[in-house]
Design a protein around this ligand. Structure first.
Ligand SMILES: Cc1cc2nc3c(=O)[nH]c(=O)nc-3n(C[C@H](O)[C@H](O)[C@H](O)COP(=O)(O)O)c2cc1C
Length: 181
């Protein structure tokens, strides 16, 4: 797919099914993520790829860490990672740096997520970037091998879309204005 088409046509898909990208396609997706801009070349990003039964373990971790106040909530948390064949957890491991504050390390990781989501679309699959309470929970971060200072920037759910969504229309003039001083 043409790069401009992929950029302009990507949409999120809330429900994703098999097939997931193959290993060779995942390699392309990962390499696309790793071409994100990165101030100071700090490489703050880390990606945990969760597939198959590991998704159930991730759901258990959400349910155990977030103290849901009802059985219904607990069930939802347990099932959350099952909404796609693959979940990529994108984490910014925050480093102290005199010129690159945490926000820039988080935005570099966000750019990597977006590069991956466009690559996923270009390969004929789809994705949705989610966060939610699990992304901001220190217990979840620690169980995944990170620390409270780090940021889970997103869970990228990846697979084949179950429905084709229309592309929402954005008017360029609503967001872009020429500034001439
Ligand atoms: C940082 C970030 C966090 C998001 N978290 C969620 C989320 O937890 N749940 C959700 O349904 N959508 C979430 N979204 C929005 C979806 O990824 C998606 O952009 C939205 O459904 C609109 O669809 P579109 O991307 O096709 O326009 C998030 C987006 C971003 C950038």
């Amino acid at each position: 797919m043409d790069a401009i088409d992929a950029l302009q046509q990507r949409t999120a898909s809330p429900r994703l099914k098999e097939p997931a990208p193959s290993e060779a396609e995942l390699e392309i997706i990962y390499k696309s993520g790793l071409r994100a801009p990165d101030h100071g070349m700090l490489r703050p990003w880390h990606f945990l790829v969760v597939k198959g039964e590991a998704r159930e373990k991730l759901g258990e971790l959400f349910a155990d860490s977030l103290n849901p106040d009802s059985e219904e909530q607990k069930r939802k948390l347990r099932n959350a990672p099952m909404r796609a064949p693959i979940v990529i957890v994108a984490v910014a491991e925050i480093q102290e740096h005199p010129k690159v504050p945490p926000v820039e390390q988080i935005t570099a990781t966000a750019a990597a997520i977006q590069n991956m989501s466009v690559a996923i679309h270009a390969l004929g699959y789809s994705s949705i970037w989610r966060t939610g309470k699990a992304a901001f929970d220190d217990g979840v971060k620690e169980a995944l091998g990170f620390s409270a200072k780090d940021e889970i920037v997103g869970f990228l759910y990846v697979g084949t879309p179950t429905v084709q969504r229309d592309i929402p229309e954005n008017k360029v003039e609503d967001y872009f204005k020429e500034w001439s001083g």
